[in-house]
Design a protein around this ligand. Structure first.
Ligand SMILES: [Fe+2]
Ligand SMILES: [Fe+2]
Length: 227
């Protein structure tokens, strides 16, 4: 880890620009991993939508946990909005599964436990770290993974699921990511806050890449959408 990028002379804006740049490189790699290799025939849109339910639930729940323990009013309300949006995504995906003749009431996305990313995010205490990891970075990851999923849906001829992601879910994820950028500019001003924010963003990307690699190796579900 280079200390030079966390120089105390960075303003909030400079810090966020540098973190975004660092994220961009990692996200490009994640995008390549997500769309790498052939997809097995048994990998279906339905199967990936089940994974999506889990991701949406976790994103909603993290935002809810953080909302109650964040004192900055604008950040608290940003988490509230995110919590509601991710729950809405859950509902839209459940409806789509129903149309695809999968009964969503028979799916409990908590089965198998919460992900390592969820466990990592939930214990973050610093507002700057939460915004950097949970909004700026995680939502950046979601944008990349959802785009891979949209392409997968189109390739399989499922234009409705592709449209749901492109027209309804992605604009919300983009908004969460932008909120993260704005709030981080405001709250990652002190050097120590910038350091914990950068570390949290890095670890979030590492966990996402690990999850991606495990998904590819174990079940061929690397096209799964984010949150
Ligand atoms: Fe989101
Ligand atoms: Fe979402």
């Amino acid at each position: 880890m280079s200390a030079d990028q966390s120089s105390p002379s960075l303003s909030g804006e400079q810090f966020v620009a540098s973190l975004n740049e660092e994220n961009r490189t990692a996200l490009e790699r994640l995008g390549r991993l997500s769309s790498a290799g052939k997809t097995p025939h048994e990998l279906t849109v339905e199967r990936l939508l089940r994974v999506a339910l889990k991701n949406e639930l976790e994103a909603s729940e993290i935002a809810a946990i953080w909302m109650t323990t964040t004192s900055e009013l604008d950040v608290k309300l940003a988490f509230a909005r995110q919590c509601g949006d991710e729950a809405k995504h859950f509902r839209l995906i459940a409806q789509r599964l129903k149309t695809l003749r999968v009964d969503p009431d028979r799916i409990d996305p908590r089965e198998g436990g919460y992900s390592a990313l969820f466990e990592y995010l939930r214990q973050l205490q610093s507002t700057a770290a939460r915004v950097a990891a949970g909004q700026l970075t995680r939502e950046g990851i979601a944008l990349v993974r959802n785009q891979c999923f949209i392409e997968f849906c189109e390739a399989r001829g499922d234009h409705e699921t592709a449209a749901l992601y492109r027209d309804e879910i992605q604009p919300d994820e983009q908004h969460h990511h932008e909120l993260g950028r704005r709030l981080l500019t405001r709250y990652a001003v002190a050097e120590n806050e910038q350091q914990v924010a950068r570390q949290a963003a890095r670890h979030t990307l590492e966990l996402a890449e690990e999850i991606q690699e495990m998904a590819r190796l174990k079940a061929g579900i690397s096209r799964a959408p984010g949150c």
